[in-house]
Write a protein that binds this ligand. Structure first.
Ligand code: ADP
Ligand code: ASP
Ligand code: MG
Length: 261
């Protein structure tokens, strides 16, 4: 039995229909006999809308309160996803970053993960439930305040959970088929890479490939987490982000036997 962490980005959970589609995919992974932990982003453009709203109230929102506001986005999607999964007859429980033991430093808006204590997630997994974690957020022990990890930070939540739980793979589900040589929406000739090392991925991220949060790649590299970046809209193999190309073969435990659908 494998332990799989699956992260779904905002475009994959943009509306109720998408949430049901993603829930089905998670349930399939669980029913294939895997333990599953999910990190989820806020729905669609929710985070942008919340930032705009804060700036309508004041040009300089207080950083603590801004984090309090922005973390509500992920709270909406985690609860809806857990509801959708439960309605399919499979046990699922949602957790905020703080409930999931995502401990950070105190830097609002760009907090770094300093520890992960996923006691409640382990309990849920031991009881056969799927644990759904709100991405992008944590908790600082000194200030006892809620923090956010910086825009795009749900990738880092997923990788940190995968490292702390010793997951077999961290799957990053997004709206493109994987990591491309350049942004496929801007450069139509760009082609998908089957496998990249974390070092190559760091260079891509540094040159603007926002498909992965740079801190997620750094974290994965430090903790030896293997990532699989793939589309939530099909079952194609995506891009494996590995620490060394010796790590073959790359095959997702959650991919069906015939992936081309
Ligand atoms: P999510 O909401 O799933 O986190 P993001 O919008 O953060 O998704 O990242 C996915 C987007 O990254 C794609 O839609 C694509 O336009 C963009 N992107 C930029 N550079 C690349 C690249 N080199 N390979 C793939 N996607 C890229
Ligand atoms: N919702 C947050 C953002 O839009 C985090 C994420 O999507 O990863 O930046
Ligand atoms: Mg992203």
């Amino acid at each position: 039995m494998s332990l799989i962490v699956q992260k779904f980005g905002g475009s994959s959970v943009a509306d109720a229909e998408s949430i049901k589609r993603v829930a089905k995919r998670i349930v399939e992974t669980r029913k294939a006999g895997n333990s599953v932990v999910v990190a989820v982003s806020a729905m669609g453009d929710t985070t942008d809308e919340l930032v705009d709203l804060a700036h309508e109230v004041t040009p300089f929102p207080d950083p603590r309160e801004l984090d309090m506001l922005l973390t509500t986005g992920e709270r909406i999607s985690m609860a809806l996803l857990a509801m959708a999964i439960k309605s399919m007859g499979v046990d699922a429980r949602s957790y905020t970053g703080s409930q999931a033991g995502m401990i950070t430093d105190a830097q609002h808006g760009a907090a770094r993960i300093v520890d992960v204590t996923p006691v409640r997630l382990r309990e849920a997994l031991d009881e056969g439930a799927i644990a759904i974690v709100a991405g992008f957020q944590g908790f600082n022990r000194d200030s006892r305040d809620i923090t956010t990890l910086g825009r795009g930070g749900s990738d880092t939540t997923a990788v940190a959970l995968a490292a702390a739980l010793g997951a077999d793979v961290c799957e990053i589900y997004t709206d493109v088929d994987g990591v491309f040589t350049a942004d496929p929406r801007v450069v139509p000739r760009a082609h998908k890479l089957d496998v990249v090392t974390s070092e190559e991925m760091l260079e891509l991220a540094a040159s603007g490939a926002k498909v992965l949060h740079i801190r997620a790649v750094e974290y994965a590299r430090r903790h030896g987490v293997t990532m699989h970046v793939r589309s939530s809209f099909n079952n194609h193999e995506g891009t494996w982000v590995v620490n060394s190309k010796e790590e073959t073969p790359w095959r997702s435990p959650s991919s069906p036997a015939s992936p081309e659908t």
